[in-house]
Design a protein around this ligand. Structure first.
Ligand SMILES: CC(C)(COP(=O)(O)OP(=O)(O)OC[C@H]1O[C@@H](n2cnc3c(N)ncnc32)[C@H](O)[C@@H]1OP(=O)(O)O)[C@@H](O)C(=O)NCCC(=O)NCCS
Length: 285
């Protein structure tokens, strides 16, 4: 592969002073991230920026979850610097930093060819559903089923459910998310079997992650948040084959975009009894 990136291009670690420029790059693409969302992402992981003539022209970030897994995202190259190898160099720098971890990302159509050449394989499709004009019928709960507020003592439970659903050890992330979100837990016969968090993100609110044993459980959890926030702008990023897309469409939360889930490295062990029905964000998985 020929490196056509400009000779005056320098790569360095992302710092908090870079976030205003990084935010401008994502806004230019009409990505919804607020300054606070970038800040949250940098606090939870690390990034690399590409600089040319003293100006940041590209970003890429990573979030390691223990020694075996990581997610990668916020890969952006300013339009005027695209097609010159900047994206490839950023990706290579981030992958070097992640060592032999299994790396997961969500690829736009533009990013997909680059990721393929770096060893990422497609592993599903994620649909972005959102809107404010939705209405939600009362959830139908099973006789022994209950949706109750998340308590401080539930943290270990949701960390465990998330680990089973993703194969990643995201304990620290889940702990911070639990502090900054509202949450509900799904119990069956008093045993916690799922949860869903609800928090500020982008243009409004996001329901995610949602982890549940099955579609009925996921609907019960998501209905809780949508039912109590009618008229608010809400977003969910959901696997296309999880059974939710048609239901969300019917409620009025339209599909506005799709990305390809891609994985590089060894498959992570996942428990089919605890499945991810909506993501934290596309970057964090
Ligand atoms: C995706 C993106 C980061 C690529 O950055 P870039 O600096 O333009 O990419 P590079 O110049 O390093 O090219 C890397 C590869 O991408 C592909 N590519 C780049 N420009 C392309 C184009 N105009 N048409 C088709 N493929 C192209 C090629 O496969 C290229 O491989 P090569 O090195 O063998 O030629 C950039 O297009 C971008 O910021 N897009 C908008 C944001 C986005 O979608 N990010 C991805 C999020 S997952």
């Amino acid at each position: 592969m020929i490196d056509a990136s400009p000779p005056d291009l320098a790569l360095r670690g992302m710092e908090s002073d870079d976030l205003a420029r990084a935010h401008a790059l994502s806004r230019a693409l009409q990505w919804p991230h607020r300054a606070e969302d970038w800040d949250f992402l940098l606090q939870r992981g690390w990034g690399v920026v590409a600089e040319r003539d003293g100006e940041v022209v590209g970003t890429a970030m990573a979030w390691p979850f223990g020694p075996k897994a990581a997610t990668l995202g916020m890969v952006i190259v300013a339009r005027e610097a695209q097609g010159m190898g900047v994206g490839r160099r950023l990706m290579q720098a981030v992958l070097d930093g992640l060592g032999d971890r299994t790396v997961m990302l969500h690829a736009t159509a533009e990013g997909l060819p680059l990721y393929r050449t770096l060893g990422f394989e497609p592993a599903g499709t994620i649909l972005q559903h959102q809107g404010a004009a939705f209405s939600v019928p009362l959830p139908e709960l099973l006789p022994d089923e209950r949706v109750r507020p998340l308590g401080a003592s539930d943290t270990d439970t949701i960390v465990d459910l998330d680990r089973r659903a993703t194969g990643m050890d995201r304990g620290e992330l889940l702990q911070v998310l639990a502090e900054q979100s509202q949450g509900v837990v799904l119990t069956r016969g008093h045993e916690p079997v799922g949860f869903a968090l609800f928090r500020r993100f982008g243009r409004g609110y996001v329901v995610g992650p949602t982890v549940a044993p099955d579609l009925g459980g996921a609907k019960a959890l998501i209905s809780h948040w949508l039912g109590s926030n009618a008229g608010m702008f809400c977003r969910l990023d959901v696997p296309d084959d999880c059974g939710l897309p048609g239901w969300l469409d019917g409620l009025g939360l339209q599909c506005v975009g799709r990305v390809t889930r891609m994985v590089r490295g060894k498959a992570l062990p996942r428990d089919p009894a605890a499945r991810t029905f909506s993501l934290v964000t596309q970057a964090l998985g």
